[in-house]
Design a protein around this ligand. Structure first.
Ligand code: GZL
Ligand code: ZN
Length: 343
């Protein structure tokens, strides 16, 4: 059972639909303004109150991650979930966490947009006796400021990408060719960006015929990916490989490459390696635009639910909990594989 703390009645006051402005509210004959609707929601004592501060809604991966957690932490499963979307701003995550502390939630779940800056606010949560569970990205803080972390091994994803490229170039008889590479990086200082960049660089170091022309931040979004790729295409006339640190930036890169009259994918001049392996990248691989995507499993919900229940029952959990993941490329039966994708 949760520790009996309950969220103080959330007096949620919804603004009246001011009829003065006829803002879409039903006209009410005679009265100047609709009565202010006020109600209290008392959190049911039997539910485990969880405050979840999510990075944002910047990518397909993020949407799948949010959906997985929201569909696991439901009242039917014994949870009262308060969800806050930080719109990719760390400031908003600080506010959300302080809000959760005020509401005396039982647990705080946080996907830290970047790795640094969390010591103060997580110390406040610790002082309030509220366990913090990190999901997806990491925070560079003292281990005693969070109970555990669930996520992917980003370095191994990056290494896997480098090893895939080695194999791919060998099969093409290009193992000794000068290979010019650009990287579309994810949000700088995020664990996914740091790990993928680091892991790929480890393999890159073994190939002095691989040249990293430039790595540039495109913030994990499709729009930024297209904008940065356009600029890189203008700057460099011989790009052989694009490493895109998530699928949405890769979709933007494909648009930029095609609009520049160039070609990409297995039959194109520019090879594209991507990360996440969301459903939409299967379409892009099937249509020959992207070569490969390295999976990063967003389905943290069930594992998170199990961890909180274990803690509620006085159990202990491992500090680091990796998700299982693989990769998918155009040599595989993607049509078949796509059917079983949960995200
Ligand atoms: C990875 C996650 C990254 C995804 C992006 O675990 O942090 O953030 O790769 C998302 O799609 O924006
Ligand atoms: Zn070249």
């Amino acid at each position: 059972m949760n520790n009996g703390k309950k969220i103080k009645g959330l007096a949620v006051v919804f603004g009246a639909f001011l009829l003065l402005t006829g803002c879409g509210a039903k006209e009410q004959s005679g009265s100047e303004t609709a009565p202010v609707q006020q109600f209290e929601t008392e959190m049911d004592e039997n539910l485990i109150a969880v405050g979840f501060s999510q990075v944002g809604a910047e990518s397909d991966w993020r949407a799948a991650n949010t959906e997985s957690i929201q569909s696991a932490l439901t009242p039917e499963n014994g949870f009262y979930l308060i969800y806050e979307d930080a719109q990719q701003k760390q400031e908003n995550q600080f506010k959300a966490i302080r809000n959760f502390i005020l509401q005396e939630v039982d647990y705080i779940v946080l996907s830290p947009i970047v790795e640094n800056g969390w010591d103060t606010v997580l110390q406040e949560a610790k002082d309030a006796g509220i366990p913090v569970i990190l999901v997806d990205r990491k925070a560079q803080v003292d281990e005693d400021l969070y109970t555990c972390w669930i996520g992917a091994d980003f370095e191994s994803e990056g290494r896997r990408a480098g090893e895939w490229l080695e194999q791919y170039l060998k099969e093409q008889g290009r193992a000794d060719e000068e290979i010019n590479i650009v990287t579309l990086q994810g949000t700088l200082d995020s664990s996914a960006q740091l790990g993928r960049t680091e892991g790929f660089a480890e393999v890159m170091a073994e190939h002095d015929n691989w040249n990293m022309l430039e790595m540039r931040d495109a913030d994990f979004t499709q729009a930024k990916g297209q904008e940065v790729m356009e600029s890189l295409l203008q700057k460099y006339d011989d790009i052989d490989v694009v490493v895109s640190e998530n699928d949405n930036m890769a979709f933007g890169a494909v648009d930029a490459i095609q609009e520049a009259g160039r070609s990409c994918g297995p039959d194109g001049e520019i090879t594209i390696l991507s990360f996440d392996a969301v459903r939409a990248v299967f379409d892009a691989m099937l249509s020959g635009e992207i070569n490969v995507s390295f999976e990063c499993n967003p389905l943290h919900g069930p594992k998170l639910q199990e961890i909180i229940k274990t803690l509620e029952n006085g159990g202990s959990v491992d500090k680091i909990q990796y998700m299982e993941e693989t990769y998918f490329d155009t040599d595989m039966d993607l049509e078949e594989l796509q059917k079983t994708r949960a995200y």
